[in-house]
Design a protein around this ligand. Sequence first.
Ligand SMILES: *Cc1c(COP(=O)(O)O)cnc(C)c1O
Length: 403
Amino acid sequence: MFLPSLSSKGAPARPASEAGRRALFPEATDAEWFDWRWQQRHAVRSLAQLEQYVSLTPDERAGVQETASLFRIGISPYYLSLIDREHPFCPIRMQSIPVRAEARIRPGELADPLGEDKTRPEEAIVHKYPDRVLFLALDTCSVYCRHCTRRRITKGGEAELSKEQLRRGIEYIRSHPEVRDVLISGGDPFLLSEQRLEELLAPLYEIPHVEMVRIGTRVPVCLPMRVTDALARTLRRYAPVYVVTHFNHPKEVTPEAREACERLVDHGVPVENQAVLMRRLNSEARIIKELSHALLRIRVRPYYLHQMDVAEGCEHLRTPISKGMEILQQLRGYTTGLAVPHLAVDLPGGGGKVTLQPDYLVERGARESVFHNYKGQRYVYPEPEETDCSCPYDEVWRTRGGA
Ligand SMILES: *Cc1c(COP(=O)(O)O)cnc(C)c1O
């Protein structure tokens, strides 16, 4: 028994893709347009196709040609229909059409920027943190992001995960009782059929020490019609399942994306967002703030704001560390705490994520600590006299097995 998808506050709007669809795919019927498999079949995958839809700048044309041997292009008709065909700095365009700079690999840039292959005990598993693993389920996406950090995998050539590799990945988790959280990613796991997804979710659900599953997907952003009732119902059966999606700009928060996210949330699947800070795309506080607000309106919680990884060909999109700190400083206090994501740097070479925040502590003493508040005004916090912080009830609670 599930509620029909009810939209939260705000009038239902016309699909954002409507005008673009009429201009670019006038033949598509409603049934086709809202069928994710039609969208996948009609994804733009070559320069010749792309030129039919968008008049490319010389920089983009050279970008598509020069990156051809490095990383594939692929843009769903839906995502393409959101592109501003007049402006090369359109965030949809910047994320999906390569420019020449992407073909230039700079010193220090890495094929495996997060050092994942060093902590990859199975083809499908990256095990970097004590209690959670990343499960790489497939190598395909609905849109190939120009800022992809895992392009060594998503560029193709790594075959689809075989049944045997899937089995070995699950077996690894089964034999590692410390793993309580499994993050399924890839590629985009929502490109799997419900049946294939269940072949992964069902055995994980059976493993007693796996307490939760997260699914990393850009489908709500790039292929929202994939989030069908059948998909949402499938996920609900394996609760707790969290969806972690990847909106980078408020322009992506369309009525279509909203319907996808709200359908998940209505089925008891919380949706979180990880954005990546990208130079000249979303690298201003007002854009990140507007993105956060747009996400909260559709019940998506901003989770991480990522500093760009040192992935090959991405230097032109990287921002200085100070920019992220500055953006955070312009959010904290000025807007809803839920709208303030964690600013994360995933350390090159495999150190894992660390978070940064503006420093509000001016001085820390034994008697008192001195702070600046968000407006830069000085405040004092007095320290308590007693400092023993052990919890006497904890032993009791533990010996009773947490009951
Ligand atoms: C980001 C990441 C996770 C999850 O990290 P959280 O901080 O728990 O969201 C897990 N494994 C790998 C390899 C990651 O990169």
